[in-house]
Design a binder for this molecule. Structure first.
Ligand code: SF4
Ligand code: SF4
Length: 106
């Protein structure tokens, strides 16, 4: 808890550029918390929003089984940046990412 209290909450996290990735698996191999997983898009269950994002990324008629995704467990990532250092094609950058949640009553 003493160490955690020193955290500056910088919000830096790995960001993946799918257009550069060559699916070598190096990031998943080096990750000390095993929070990265490469899987076929065939094996992903996704909602409408994610489905639309995938369509716009790879095209509506693309074969899902011929495309892959990198899944990341945000709860396990310790932001060590080893994945970014390991990536041979600079497809991962450590960037500050922020988000906010808006609650509304129904
Ligand atoms: S920053 Fe570290 S813990 Fe997070 S995904 Fe990359 S290698 Fe894994
Ligand atoms: S190390 Fe880079 S190129 Fe290899 S699978 Fe990970 S993101 Fe893709």
């Amino acid at each position: 808890m003493r160490e955690a209290s020193r955290c500056l909450d910088c919000g830096v996290t790995p960001v993946f550029d799918g257009s550069r990735c060559v699916l070598c698996g190096g990031c998943a191999d080096v990750c000390p918390t095993e929070c990265l997983k490469l899987i076929s898009l065939d094996d992903v269950e996704f909602d409408t929003d994610i489905g639309q994002m995938i369509d716009s990324s790879i095209g509506k008629d693309a074969e899902l089984g011929e495309n892959s995704a990198i899944l990341k467990d945000e709860d396990r990532c310790i932001r060590c940046s080893l994945c970014a250092i390991r990536c041979p094609v600079d497809a991962i950058s450590m960037e500050r990412v922020t988000f906010s949640t808006n609650w509304s009553s129904v």
